[in-house]
Design a protein around this ligand. Structure first.
Ligand code: PLP
Length: 352
């Protein structure tokens, strides 16, 4: 099948015009994978589907918003795009900027620098600048840069990101033929749940679906400001992509929850890692820990009998497992070498 740029596929529903340059890496069109389980679902005829966003060009859903944010930046004559983020936003911004022939500037608090996503960002050629200050200081400087120089801000407050990300809902409905009864996803800055809900509402307004899904958002217990109703000073969780103490799209998340009759709840790191391992070892889907928060939460709903029989539940699996090799290395064991002999290997492989 020929992939097409997200912007071309949904041109009539996105804020682009004939003069907008389309900066694309053929994002979106990700698979909606029917899950085999978990067992507590099958017994009640409940079917789960995974929207596997790790299949995007930079391996997270961020590409859906970035194709639009960078295209609009180019249209506006920006020479560079800038973000304050160590994570998937930076990696995506760097890739799309490279594609567009723009510079990417990433500003970070010094010492925060680590891990795979930053390597991805650097290899794409972004200018990564460490500042002696905290994350808020980094973001404030990025904002000032964009006011003084021809630089476009592509952090999560960029409204084009939400416009691009709403296309997840469009694709789910194309695949299922209608909206699922439930749609579950992890919540960090809450741009994605805001975008999902916007997408579903637009479909309903256009008459493309008859009813809306209930939105289930899951935060990590150590980073659950929306659940607690107050910002979290030092958010902590193994799911680094949702380690956010004061979400930029807080209000959008509340709207999605309340208008859809859904919920935003917290799941523990233990539940997240269990769901993460289940997805990889039982379903063949290797995801970022943050992505597994969606299944962790849905499993609890299933256990508590809160999902009616026959429901369809879509889980957005937001990013690929290879994004976070550190967690995988901590969570698995490589056994010591055995002699290079058939019997030893067969025994070690559990064949005898
Ligand atoms: C950005 C991100 C999230 C959180 O999305 P928000 O829009 O910030 O709520 C979750 N998982 C992954 C893999 C991400 O990159």
């Amino acid at each position: 099948m020929t992939r097409r740029p997200l912007i071309e596929r949904y041109r009539d529903r996105l804020p682009v015009g004939p003069a907008t340059p389309v900066v694309s890496l053929l994002e979106g069109s990700t698979p909606l994978v029917p899950l085999k389980g978990p067992p507590e679902a099958g017994r009640r005829g409940i079917r789960l589907f995974a929207k596997y966003e790790g299949m995007n060009p930079t391996a997270s859903f961020k590409d859906r918003g970035m194709t639009l944010a960078v295209s609009k930046a180019k249209e506006a004559g920006a020479q560079a795009v800038a973000a304050a983020s160590t994570g998937n936003t930076s990696a995506s911004a760097a890739a799309y900027a490279a594609r567009a022939g723009l510079a990417a500037i990433v500003v970070l608090p010094a010492g925060y620098v680590a891990l795979g996503k930053l390597a991805q960002t650097l290899v794409h050629g972004a200018r990564v600048i460490q500042v002696e200050g905290n994350f808020d200081a980094a973001l404030a400087i990025v904002r000032e840069l964009t006011e003084r120089y021809p630089v476009a801000l592509v952090n999560s407050i960029n409204p084009y990101r939400i416009e691009g990300q709403k296309t997840i809902a469009f694709e789910v409905v194309e695949d299922l033929g209608e909206a699922p009864e439930f749609h579950a996803l992890p919540v960090g800055n809450a741009g994605n749940i805001t975008a999902h809900w916007k997408g579903y509402r637009e479909l309903a307004e256009a008459g493309a679906i008859e009813r809306l899904p209930r939105m289930l958002g899951f935060q990590a217990e150590g980073a659950a400001p929306i659940v607690r109703g107050a910002p979290v000073e030092r958010p902590e969780t193994v799911a680094t992509a949702i380690r956010i103490g004061n979400p930029a799209s807080w209000r959008g998340a509340l709207r999605a929850r309340d208008e859809s009759g859904g919920a935003i709840e917290a799941v523990s790191d233990r539940e997240i890692l269990e769901a993460w391992r289940y997805l990889a070892s039982q379903e063949g889907l290797f995801v970022e820990p943050a992505s597994a928060a969606s299944l962790a939460g849905v499993r609890r709903w299933l256990r508590e009998g809160r999902i009616p029989e026959g429901s369809r539940v879509v889980l957005t699996l937001t990013g690929h497992g290879l994004k976070d090799p550190g967690t995988a290395e901590r969570e698995v064991r490589l056994s010591p070498p055995v002699p290079a002999r058939l019997e030893a290997v067969a025994a070690a492989a559990g064949l005898v």
